[in-house]
Ligand binder design. Structure first.
Ligand SMILES: Cc1ncc(COP(=O)(O)O)c(C=O)c1O
Length: 447
């Protein structure tokens, strides 16, 4: 149990608030009941039910920083669809371009010129000269792993403990065992997990000279927020280069933390860069940037170029489709500008300062997470450096109670593994409303 929280009061609050939550959402309950006859858990993707401790909502729509459920309850969104919707709802700059594209064709299995503009802008922001597109970051990482294995002629892949890189057989690993059902032990046999911020352990596993790829986020963002020690990412790069191992920086989440992602600030470079989620403005997207030699390797080993040779297992019929590319281009040009990132960084600072002030008010042994627009409750006195140290801050009981209390007061809070984040649609008033409701919540549950 989280230090400073009264478990009895927390439990009583959850019971009270669960009742309020259910009574205010009869239409969502009816939709779920109807949908259950058609879809497991009554949702089109079982995660939609599994991520939340309360009954699932059915959504009516949204505008700006808010969305509404089918019962007319309105929420200021701080979960941002786990960072896949950082532009907010109904942004004209994107929806107009989507409408324009939709009437011309959503998908052709041929490129549209938006792809050139997007690749050029990603090159300018990240420095990676060549790009490929998928429909999810899982898809992008899957291709990166395959290319790295083919390019290096090696099998092994290194990830860091606490990672999440998508639903990919190779990386859904706990130690060296599959971490989920349906994944064969053989699929994770060549995956090695190392503690984050541990360059010595990494050096040991790379020394064997048989690792194709190190895949990591610059900061681990799926078990709260674990920042790299100063110089850690530079060491990772140097170790990879010294051992003939490729490095992929997965900025699927952290691209939403800073203009050009975290890599420029953290002096991090790699051979691949994975992006997705918010970059797609909510449209399905994954993509990866790469160096010139890797792009040349793809050109030389494309499937079907030589009928007598096997090509790389990459691609998908709807990857790089016209609609997604139009959405990404509109988002880059009109929304996620450098000035807009500066604005959300300031909002994130306001959020983190406010959380720190609440913690001080109650004299709790906690602190705020903070990186650009991202914040959250670090439920221990020191920021975590490893996944093991982050576990207390993902207390499921505390997170579930906070989420349902805030949902009943019009705030859609982040899930336990993440933290509330400022979006391009948020205002200072939205941040202040979050803090006011969080303050009320703490009054109810602290010892
Ligand atoms: C760092 C990271 N990489 C990859 C993914 C997978 O993204 P997607 O759900 O688009 O496949 C996620 C999703 O949370 C992520 O956080």
């Amino acid at each position: 149990m989280t230090a400073g929280v009264d478990p009895t009061r927390l439990q009583a609050l959850v019971e009270r608030e669960s009742d309020v939550f259910r009574r205010a959402r009869p239409k969502s309950a009816a939709a779920l009941a109807k949908a259950r006859a058609l879809m497991p858990d009554g949702v089109p993707m079982a995660w939609m039910a599994g991520l939340y401790a309360h009954p699932t909502l059915y959504v009516a729509g949204g505008q700006g920083s808010r969305f509404e459920d089918v019962d007319g309850n309105s929420y200021i969104d701080f979960n941002l669809a786990d960072l896949s919707n950082t532009i907010g709802y109904g942004a004209n700059a994107v929806s107009d371009r989507l409408a324009h594209q939709a009437v011309r064709g959503i998908q052709h299995l041929l490129p549209t010129e938006d792809a050139i503009a997007v690749a050029a802008e990603l090159k300018q922001r990240s420095g990676y000269p060549f790009w490929q597109f998928t429909l999810s970051a899982s898809g992008a990482n899957t291709e990166v792993i395959r290319i790295a294995r083919a390019f290096t002629g090696r099998n092994k892949v290194v990830v860091f403990d606490g990672k999440y890189h998508g639903h990919i057989d190779t990386t859904m690993v706990d130690g060296s065992e599959p971490e989920a059902l349906g994944i064969l032990p053989d699929a994770t046999r060549d995956t090695i997990t190392v503690p984050f911020n541990d360059a010595v352990a990494l050096a040991q596993v790379l020394a064997g000279g048989d690792v194709a790829l190190v895949l990591t986020e610059p900061a681990l963002t799926n078990c709260t927020l674990i920042l790299p020690d100063p110089g850690f990412l530079t060491k990772v790069r140097a170790l990879c280069q010294a051992n003939g191992t490729l490095l992929c920086l997965d900025e699927t989440h952290s691209w939403q933390f800073a203009y050009g992602g975290m890599a420029p600030t953290e002096a991090a470079t790699g051979d691949f860069l994975t992006l997705g989620k918010g970059l797609g403005t909510g449209a399905p997207l994954g993509c990866y940037g790469m160096t010139a030699p890797l792009a040349a390797y793809i050109e030389q080993n494309r499937q079907y170029s030589d009928p007598n040779a096997r090509g790389l297992a990459i691609g998908g019929t709807t990857y790089g489709n016209a609609l997604t590319m139009a959405a990404v281009r509109a988002g880059l040009e009109a929304i996620s500008t450098q000035a807009a990132y500066a604005r959300i960084t300031a909002l994130g600072g306001r959020l983190a300062d406010g959380i720190d002030a609440l913690i001080r008010r109650h004299d709790l042994p906690w602190r705020a997470f903070r990186y650009g627009p991202r914040s959250g409750f670090c439920l221990s006195p020191a920021l975590p450096r490893t996944a093991a140290e982050a576990i207390p801050s993902m207390d499921p009981a505390f997170s579930a109670a906070r989420r349902i209390y805030m949902a009943n007061r019009g705030i859609w809070d982040a899930i336990a593994t993440a933290g509330p984040q400022a979006s391009f649609a948020h205002s200072e008033a939205d941040i202040d409303r979050y803090l006011a409701v969080a303050a009320d919540f703490l009054e109810q549950v602290v010892s």
